[in-house]
Design a protein around this ligand. Structure first.
Ligand SMILES: CC(C)(COP(=O)(O)OP(=O)(O)OC[C@H]1O[C@@H](n2cnc3c(N)ncnc32)[C@H](O)[C@@H]1OP(=O)(O)O)[C@@H](O)C(=O)NCCC(=O)NCCS
Length: 202
């Protein structure tokens, strides 16, 4: 039996922390997240991004919606069920993106991770680095046994991030999720086990 299989369900909680990757910081999302311009403005910018709106809708199109979103993030951290991180430029506090890990079944150690990057931050390997960091943190501190990524089959960028982070594709889910364009899309399911090897560095 592996160490992660022995993790008691009541120890499977996500505890707020800032993950320091040098040039970028992963800060817990919430009402008080330290961001240039503030967390509400950051979320509104993300919600207005066409690719995010299509593939990972933030559903925070006005101040009240953004505040409600941040309240849900604070609640997820408070009860240890969802670890939502803002990816922030360490030099100037600019919001770059998001990486969120949430329990699907805490007893089974099953979690799901999601991510988005603002357009100006894409293509620099940041989603890959953030996903790797949150994956390692979830395994090390909360006993995540299996983490899944699901993305629409047309979302090639997300598929590459998953593969890069050591989440091989396991199959296709039919019409499994209602995306921002209003349609149900087939999705690829990827997953990484705590016992899987670290993927090779870029
Ligand atoms: C998916 C997303 C988070 C990727 O962010 P990113 O920081 O640009 O990704 P990375 O720079 O880490 O790139 C990872 C891999 O994806 C590839 N990639 C990036 N954009 C791509 C694109 N549009 N088409 C195909 N591959 C792409 C990169 O080349 C890289 O692969 P490589 O290492 O083999 O060269 C970003 O495009 C995004 O926010 N999209 C909108 C929201 C979204 O789709 N979220 C995921 C929902 S499941």
């Amino acid at each position: 039996m592996s160490t992660t299989e022995q993790t008691a369900p009541d120890r499977r909680v996500f505890t707020p922390v800032t993950l320091d990757l040098g040039d970028i910081l992963l800060r817990p999302w919430g009402r008080l997240t330290e961001l240039r311009g503030g967390p509400v403005a950051g979320l509104l910018a993300a919600a207005a991004d066409p690719a995010i709106a299509r593939w990972n809708p933030v559903r925070a199109t006005d101040r009240a919606g953004a505040e409600a979103y941040l309240d849900r993030c604070d609640a997820g951290w408070a009860d240890g069920t969802t670890a939502a991180f803002a990816v922030v430029d360490a030099a100037d506090g600019t919001l770059l993106g998001n990486s969120s890990l949430r329990w699907v079944d805490r007893t089974d150690g099953l979690a799901m991770i999601g991510y988005w990057m603002l357009a100006a931050a894409r293509g620099r390997g940041l989603a890959t680095r953030a996903t790797l960091a949150v994956t390692g943190w979830g395994i090390a501190t909360a006993g995540t046994r299996r983490i899944e990524i699901a993305h629409a089959v047309d979302n090639d960028a997300s598929c590459r991030v998953a593969e890069r982070c050591g989440y091989p594709a396991e199959g296709t889910l039919r019409a499994s999720y209602h995306y921002g364009d209003g349609a149900y899309h087939d999705e690829h399911l990827h997953a990484r086990l705590a016992t899987d090897p670290e993927p090779p560095a870029r």
